[in-house]
Design a protein around this ligand. Structure first.
Ligand code: MEV
Length: 328
């Protein structure tokens, strides 16, 4: 094992294709990592110094100096990540290419990138060993628990493993091979939302109307099973319909918003096969299925541009990604 003074690492963001919220209740969901994520550089400090995280304009320390810093989520997440396993004193500079609260796994990508940078300080040679992977996962889970309260772990799984996968709380991530690579447009509503708050609001709905929650979770689970087959078969028409149905069920859980509905409708009118919110909802992002990435390039590019232009004309931004289904 070689000790380094400084190390840099990255992790990817994700889209949930099907099954968000139901996954919190033990059902399967399908997610894919995307080629945007987070980066972190860790530098050793003198032994015994508090460890410090710089994230954008924010600076938090494991030894907070003000009461407001003590109650701060970022400070608590940073301290939890550091405390999850033995660690030298460090400073970490982290950046994200994803909107925070955007439903694209920004916080999990940050947690995993930071945990990987810490691991790389101690391990220049043995990258990928089992203990190191477990430590990275434990640090990322500690970070996510502060940010998300009761996370299913799907965001961290996407950042850790990459590729497209089906996930349950009990069994973790199982890679999914796609029949065809998919082209997706990802649109940003412009409003950040808190996964913690949205997961809590679904739980409160379940307290008020348990049968509604149970039926919705069951229906989403059935739809995820259908989506697994459609993804493996490369059935783009079927996938579009399943996206639209999943969106209706999510709206029934009260996690959609005016902007999400407007963006989904606009994408469908512009030629997308289907569209839905992705992540926790209440704001954040939507996904729209542009088509199989193997379709004739001109037709695909034209449809993609229509969808992105439609969003832009309505005041929303977006970008497109290809989901390959294999590890990057
Ligand atoms: C957030 O990306 C997905 C949710 O299902 C919450 C979770 O699984 O932790 C809403």
């Amino acid at each position: 094992m070689t000790a380094r003074e400084r190390a840099t690492a990255s992790a990817r963001g994700k889209v949930i294709l099907f099954g968000e919220h139901a996954v919190v209740y033990g059902e399967p969901a399908i997610a894919a990592s995307i080629a945007r994520g987070a980066h972190a550089t860790a530098t050793r400090l003198a032994d015994g110094a508090p460890s410090v995280l710089y994230l954008g304009e924010r600076r938090v320390s494991t030894a907070p100096s003000t009461p407001s810093e003590l109650g701060d989520d970022l400070q608590r997440a940073w301290s939890a990540l550091i405390a999850a396993a033995p660690c030298p004193s460090v400073d970490v500079v982290a950046t994200a290419e994803l909107p925070p609260g955007g439903g694209l796994g920004c916080s999990a990508a940050l947690g995993v990138a930071i945990a990987r940078a810490l691991a790389a300080l101690d391990d220049a040679d043995d990258v990928g060993d089992v203990d190191e992977a477990a430590t990275i996962a434990a640090r990322a889970a500690a970070w996510e628990r502060v940010h998300h309260g009761n996370p299913s772990g799907i965001d961290a799984a996407a950042a850790l493993h990459g590729g497209c996968f089906i996930y349950t709380r009990a069994a973790g991530a199982r890679p999914l091979r796609l029949g065809v690579p998919l082209r997706l447009a990802i649109g940003w509503t412009g409003t950040a939302s808190s996964t913690h708050a949205m997961v809590d609001s679904v739980a409160r709905l379940g307290e008020r109307r348990p049968a509604v929650l149970a039926r919705s979770v069951e229906a989403i689970a059935a739809l995820v099973r259908g989506a697994e087959h459609a993804l493996q078969a490369g059935d783009v028409d079927g996938l579009g319909k399943l996206l639209d149905l999943n969106q209706i069920l999510l709206a029934g859980l009260m996690v959609s918003s005016e902007a999400i509905e407007a963006m989904c409708a606009s994408a469908r009118q512009s030629g997308a096969y289907g569209a839905k919110l992705t992540g926790a909802g209440g704001g954040g992002s939507v996904i729209a299925l542009i088509g199989a990435a193997t379709e004739p390039a001109e037709a695909l590019a034209e449809r993609e541009q229509h969808v992105l232009d439609g969003w832009q004309q309505a005041g929303f931004s977006g970008f497109a990604v290809t989901i390959e289904g294999l590890d990057p």
